[in-house]
Design a protein around this ligand. Structure first.
Ligand code: PMP
Length: 355
C-alpha cells in the first residue's frame, strides 16, 4: 500500500519484463531480442544524429514516417511512430476502448494487454485460446468490443492467416481491430495491405525484434488516417518528442537496409525449424511457431524444472506462472551456436534423444 499513489491506480498490477541479468554471463534466450547487431547503416546514422542531441527530436517524425510509408505502400498520414510498439498499443487501448467498447483479447497472449486495459481503466473481455492453443476466431468475431490480437501470438508463436484476420476485421466494421505484428517478420503474413480497404484496422510493428533495435525503443502503427489522427491526439497530449532523434535516425538507416533485416530473419527462421526438430527428439511438445521464439512443454519435466535446470546451466529462458501455460517455456531463437548450448543443456537434463 503506497500512501502517495492515486487511489485510481491502487490495484494496478504492473507488467513484469523479462530479466536483464547483470551479474553473470548467460546465454540469454528470455526476451526475444535479436542475436545480431543492428544494420551498419543504422549505426552510422545514429552516430551522426548523436552530434545533434542538443535539439529536440522532430515531433512529426517526418523522415521516418515517409520512409515507412514507402516501405509499406501507404501514405505518411497512415503512419504513427512511437517509443516501442508498447506505446502505440497503450495509445490504442486509451483511444479505442471505453465502457461501451471493452478491450477484447485472448487469455494467453502478450501480458501487457491486461495492464494497458487496467491502466486506461477500460473493461476487459478475455477469450480463451482453443484447446490446441490457437486463437478462437469464431468466438472473437461475435464478441463485442475492440480487438487486440498478436499475430503471431505470443508466447505460443502460432499465426493466423490473412483470411482469418480479414474475418476478424470484417466481423464488425464499426469496431477497431488492432493486429500486433511484433513478430511478423519471422515467417507470418502481414495484414498491412488490408488497411486501405478497412478503416477500422490498426497494425502495429516494431524495430525491436527483426531490426535488432530493442534498446532504441522504436515502434509504429499503420492504419486509416482517422485511426492515426486519434492516436496522434494522444501522442501530442503526452509526449510529442516520444521518439528521440538518435532512434529516429537509426530507424531510417535500418529501413535503408531491409536486405540485412531479411537475411537475419531468414537465418532465425531456419534456426527455429532446426530447434523445433531437435526439441521434439528430446521429448518436447512444441507449437508451430512463426516467431523468433519457440514454445515448448516436456513430457516429463515440469516447466519450472526446465526453467531452473537451464538457468543452473547458464541458459536463461522465459517461464510464465499462469496456470494454463505453466508447463511451458518460451525460448528465444538465437544463433546456431546458442541453439547448440541450449540443446546440450537440455540433453543433459532430459537424458538425451529418444530417436
Ligand atoms: N507485442 C508483443 C506481442 C511483444 O511480445 C512485445 C515485446 N515484448 C511488444 C509488442 C512490444 O515490443 P516493443 O515495445 O519493444 O516494440
Amino acid at each position: 500500500m503506497n500512501g502517495f499513489l492515486s487511489e485510481k491506480f491502487s490495484s494496478l498490477v504492473p507488467y513484469v519484463p523479462g530479466e536483464q541479468p547483470k551479474e553473470r554471463k548467460f546465454v540469454k534466450l528470455n526476451t526475444n531480442e535479436s542475436p545480431y547487431p543492428p544494420s551498419p547503416k543504422a549505426l552510422k546514422k545514429a552516430k551522426e544524429a548523436a552530434e545533434n542531441v542538443k535539439l529536440y527530436s522532430d515531433p512529426e517524425c517526418l523522415k521516418l514516417r515517409k520512409a515507412l510509408a514507402a516501405r509499406f505502400g501507404v501514405n505518411k498520414d497512415n503512419v504513427i511512430c512511437t517509443n516501442g510498439s508498447d506505446e502505440v498499443l497503450n495509445f490504442a487501448f486509451a483511444a479505442f476502448c471505453d465502457e461501451k467498447r471493452p478491450a477484447v483479447f485472448c487469455d494467453v497472449t502478450y501480458g501487457f494487454y491486461t495492464v494497458f486495459a487496467d491502466f486506461n481503466r477500460v473493461p476487459k473481455t478475455v477469450i480463451p485460446l482453443k484447446s490446441d492453443l490457437g486463437v478462437d476466431v469464431d468466438r472473437l468475431c461475435v464478441t463485442p468490443g475492440t480487438l487486440f490480437i498478436a499475430n503471431p501470438n505470443a508466447p505460443t508463436g502460432i499465426a493466423l492467416g490473412s483470411d482469418e484476420i480479414k474475418r476478424l476485421v470484417e466481423s464488425d466494421e464499426k469496431r477497431v481491430v488492432v493486429i500486433d505484428e511484433a513478430y511478423v517478420d519471422f515467417g507470418a503474413e502481414s495484414c498491412v495491405g488490408m488497411v486501405w480497404d478497412h478503416p477500422n484496422l490498426l497494425v502495429t510493428q516494431t524495430f525491436s525484434k527483426s531490426r535488432s533495435m530493442a534498446g532504441a525503443r522504436l515502434g509504429f502503427g499503420i492504419g486509416s488516417e482517422e485511426l492515426i489522427s486519434a492516436l496522434e491526439t494522444l501522442r501530442y497530449s503526452t509526449n510529442p518528442y516520444n521518439v528521440n532523434s538518435v532512434t529516429l535516425a537509426m530507424g531510417e538507416g535500418a529501413l535503408e537496409d531491409e536486405d540485412y533485416t531479411g537475411k537475419n530473419c531468414a537465418v532465425i527462421a531456419e534456426n527455429r525449424e532446426f530447434l523445433i526438430r531437435e526439441l521434439k527428439k528430446l521429448g518436447f511438445f512444441v507449437t508451430d511457431s512463426r516467431a523468433n521464439f519457440v514454445f515448448c512443454r516436456h513430457e516429463k519435466l515440469s516447466g519450472e524444472e526446465v526453467y531452473s535446470g537451464l538457468r543452473e546451466r547458464g541458459v536463461l529462458v522465459r517461464h510464465f506462472g499462469a496456470e494454463r501455460i505453466k508447463d511451458f517455456n518460451r525460448i528465444t531463437v538465437g544463433t546456431k551456436e546458442e541453439c547448440g548450448v541450449l540443446l546440450a543443456a537440455l540433453e543433459e537434463m532430459t537424458g538425451g534423444k529418444k530417436q
